[in-house]
Ligand binder design. Structure first.
Ligand code: NBP
Length: 491
């Protein structure tokens, strides 16, 4: 048999796989392509891959035989059992040190499990987030690989050359251990939900509050895209708002207001609840989609529930639009602050050594949330890799202080108008809670102890013989209950 020629193998010739193969081919790598339905291999070689260096394989055995050692095989198939099935089929043909990479949208616990299972067999596993859809895969995605650390030197060149480049830097770096690549991709998707919801709320305020037309709102977004909000999502929003149907009406006004979701936003919100981290903005973004989905019920409600009489805006319109830009910016800072808090908490729990500056750098290009703003986050973590919160970084601390007055004015006005701003409002509520030395959880603890003997701790400086420091205290509030307290644990 001739010497193996393949730098990397790729299984899964659907939209992502085909485009990633062509991208890697452009970067000088020889890719061996395989697909469950093998006729797609022939179709691909005869059409899209015609004239390239791409090789085909018609069996797993042939695929493995064509790859240089250590073998690197990337799976771009439907997440779930298909990934496990391919791993099982590959195993007999792999040798110690070979690397299986899952580039699909797998849930991170699966990647944690797969890393352990393959490492136990002397193989290496990488779970890599791949973002940017078809366009990204073809011309440069954001790649977020994590898993068996020993795999990184072997795949680094291929990954970093294939990824999007921003200012000569690849949007790909090693994320960390086991399932961290897919975890970070999940948080990326959650943040994407948040960014989209914030933009939708700004649109709603401009449209229903200020009564501005879609084409004028498009101009506002175009202006914003030259400032601190410069990002892919703001850019495409301006394009969407300018897009008219054949009758000249903005197409967006004809789209049913029921948002779909595929689950990664929900996964992030669930992960946040599991970690006990207040990732409120992504949570609200997911719930806003849920509320949008009950269109028929909302229509019925709109007939019987009245809001305030919406008065036309009498203030300085341009000032309000500037305030809205700042409200969007500040809320976005909060959302990313929460996203990084979540990653930090999970990293602590799972003993991952996450590369936070690298994560922000990976998101700067090639993906849906790409923005100039992510360059500022990269700088913040480059300055201090142990940064506790983005709000402690000078740049973001100043930015959020500057934005604060306008942010509050916008939310106050929206509340008076009766226009819902779940994401803007939750961001501000988080901000006000986060900066509060004292929150009313003292009362919650008192209530818990009153009705369930759940105990409480004494506030520093308020100790006395009954209220002893660092002790779980139960008070007989009514004189009727006993003195036995419930066992204390946190759910
Ligand atoms: P799909 O998610 O549509 O998957 C198609 C591929 O999965 C085909 O190769 C198909 O083989 C294979 N497959 C299926 Br479906 N069920 C299988 C099974 N039971 N056993 C073996 N193979 C099976 O492709 P995609 O849209 O290119 O996405 C690939 C991965 O990348 C997914 O995990 C997706 O979530 C993720 N992703 C997609 C995007 C995007 O924008 N589309 C972006 C980022 C990540 P067949 O040809 O024989 O049916």
């Amino acid at each position: 048999m001739s010497a193996p020629v393949g730098d990397i193998g790729l299984i899964g010739l659907a939209v992502m796989g085909q485009n990633l193969i062509l991208n890697m081919n452009d970067k000088g790598f020889t890719v061996v392509a395989y697909n469950r339905t093998t006729s797609k291999v022939d179709d691909f070689l005869a059409n899209e891959a015609k004239g390239t260096k791409v090789q085909g394989a018609h069996s797993i055995q042939e695929l493995c035989a064509k790859l240089k050692r250590p073998r690197k095989i990337i799976l771009l198939v439907k997440a779930g059992p298909a990934v496990d099935s391919f791993i099982q089929q590959l195993e007999p043909y792999l040798e110690k040190g070979d690397i299986v990479i899952d580039g699909g949208n797998s849930h991170y616990p699966d990647s944690i499990r797969r890393t352990k299972e393959l490492e136990a067999k002397g193989l290496l596993f990488v779970g890599s987030g791949v973002s940017g859809g078809e366009e990204g895969a073809r011309h440069g995605p954001s790649l977020m690989p994590g898993g068996s650390t020993a795999a990184w030197p072997a795949i680094k060149e291929i990954f970093q050359k294939t990824a999007a480049q921003v200012n000569g830097e690849p949007c790909c770096d090693w994320v960390g251990e086991t399932g961290s690549g897919h975890y970070v991709k999940m948080v990326h998707n959650g943040i994407e939900y948040g960014d989209m919801q914030l933009i939708a709320e700004a649109y709603d305020i401009l449209k229903r509050g200020l009564g501005i037309s879609e084409s004028e709102i498009a101009d506002i977004f175009t202006t914003w895209n030259k400032g601190v909000l410069d990002s892919f999502l703001i850019e495409i929003t301006a394009n969407i708002l300018k897009f008219n149907d054949d009758d000249g009406e903005p197409l967006v006004t004809k789209i049913l207001d029921k948002a779909g979701q595929k689950g990664t936003g929900k996964w992030t919100a669930i992960a946040a609840l599991d970690a006990g981290t207040a990732v409120t903005l992504i949570g609200e973004a997911v719930f806003a989609r849920c509320l949008s989905a009950i269109k028929e019920e909302r229509v019925r409600a709109s007939k019987v529930i009245n809001g305030p009489q919406r008065e036309s805006f009498r203030g300085d319109k341009q000032q309000f639009i500037d305030d809205l830009e700042q409200a969007l910016y500040a809320s976005k800072i909060i959302s990313y602050t929460q996203g990084f808090m979540l990653m930090r908490e999970t990293a602590k729990e799972l003993s991952w050594n996450l590369n936070y500056a690298g994560i922000a750098r990976m998101w700067r290009g090639g993906c849906i949330i790409k923005s100039v703003f992510l360059g500022d986050i990269t700088s913040a973590y480059e300055k201090n890799k142990d940064l506790e919160s983005l709000l402690f970084d000078d740049f973001f601390n100043k930015a959020v202080h500057k934005a604060q007055p306008g942010w509050r004015r916008v939310i106050a006005q929206a509340v008076l108008w009766g226009i819902p701003t779940p994401a803007f409002s939750t961001a501000l509520a988080f901000f006000d809670g986060y900066r509060s030395e004292v929150v009313p959880a003292n009362l919650l603890q008192a209530q818990r102890d009153y009705f369930g003997a759940h105990t409480f701790r004494v506030m520093p400086g308020k100790e006395n013989p009954r209220l002893v420091k660092d002790r779980d205290i139960h008070i007989n509030w009514t004189g009727r209950g006993g003195n036995v307290s419930a066992s204390s644990y946190s759910a």
